[in-house]
Write a protein that binds this ligand. Structure first.
Ligand code: ZN
Ligand code: ZN
Length: 329
């Protein structure tokens, strides 16, 4: 476990602070609370989150007894749908960092698919992640390995990330989304959506192959898929802040980790991402394959998204525009 704290080079703006400010307006650095020390209290335990995560992991114990090849294939497909499209594309690159523009129905489609990844409703996820960028590997970061590798992977979720006032936390870190009634409604739909998806998988499996397939689709398509997506996302917070190489000197300890890039659909190029958070393309070198970026490219080619941030800075944007114009003339 790394305990290195990267301090910003003198006279250089903090790249981890700058983009979050761009997205959320002016942020004063004073408001970084609660810190990890503030949060680690028995009366701050999120019993809801602990119960939900424990339940999902316990159901996975039934996986060896309910295995079918169909169940495995359904789990893999839904892993990509909820993990890559829901979390990486929807929650992260679209809603948190606004790395592209799209229709409102497309935003809500991805927000709903992201909700089905079991990582909480969009508002909390996005508020926590923006705070992570604003305080990355410093006081106030909800999940830095400086507070322990296991903490950054999973234990940070056992405690509320707000100061006892969730609404203030959401208004502070996700004011744009908190204003949207639809996003607040998704809060209430978290559990009903999961119950509906579970019943749908059980029902479809039962209709096709009886109880054996019904239970297989439920356990594999819902819970094995959900738990493996959770750990893939959590590896971004833990492993990608400890192990790997760095393309950019950022003020945090973010790393590019190829193993995490594979299991988390391109999100493992995390040092690139911390250097240029709004950039929807996370792989910056030719070998840094980013499957979520391929989905964004496809969506752009059919007109479902536009104004995609695929450049690092204004100069690069200008260059790319000139190249496109030259190619089309
Ligand atoms: Zn990070
Ligand atoms: Zn991010």
């Amino acid at each position: 476990m790394s305990t290195v704290v990267v301090t910003p080079p003198k006279g250089r703006p903090s790249s981890s602070l700058r983009p979050a400010s761009d997205e959320n307006g002016d942020k004063s650095k004073k408001e970084i609370g609660p810190t990890t020390a503030d949060r680690k209290r028995w009366d701050n335990v999120s019993y809801w989150a602990v119960g939900w995560l424990a339940f999902a992991h316990l159901v996975v114990l039934a996986a060896p007894f309910t295995f079918t090849w169909t169940g495995l294939i359904v789990a893999l497909v839904l892993h990509w749908v909820t993990g890559s499209l829901g979390i990486c594309l929807g929650y992260h690159r679209l809603l948190t960092h606004t790395g592209m523009k799209t229709y409102n129905w497309v935003r809500y489609f991805y927000a709903t698919v992201g909700t089905l990844a079991g990582e909480g409703a969009p508002l909390d996820w996005i508020a926590d992640h923006r705070k992570h960028h604003a305080c990355s590997d410093q006081e106030g970061d909800p999940h830095t390995p400086n507070d322990g590798g296991i903490w950054s992977h999973i234990f940070w979720l056992a405690f509320h990330t707000h100061n006892g006032d969730r609404v203030a936390h959401l208004k502070r870190w996700a004011p744009d989304l908190y204003k949207e009634r639809g996003m607040r409604i998704l809060d209430y739909l978290f559990l009903p959506l999961h119950i509906a998806a579970s019943l749908a998988l059980l029902g479809i499996g039962y209709a096709i192959g009886g109880w054996e397939l019904g239970l297989s689709l439920l356990v594999w398509g819902m819970f094995v898929r959900l738990v493996t997506v959770l750990h893939a996302t959590w590896l971004v917070n833990s492993a990608s802040h400890m192990w790997g190489y760095r393309n950019y000197e950022t003020t945090d300890d973010s790393r590019n980790n190829w193993l995490v890039a594979i299991v988390a659909y391109g999100e493992g190029w995390h040092n690139n991402h911390h250097a240029y958070p709004r950039m929807a393309k996370h792989g910056h070198k030719w070998w840094e394959f980013d499957i979520t970026w391929q989905a964004i490219r496809l969506m752009r080619s059919v007109g479902l998204v536009w104004d995609v941030v695929d450049y690092r800075n204004a100069a690069e944007k200008k260059e790319m525009q000139a190249a496109r114009e030259a190619a089309s003339s």
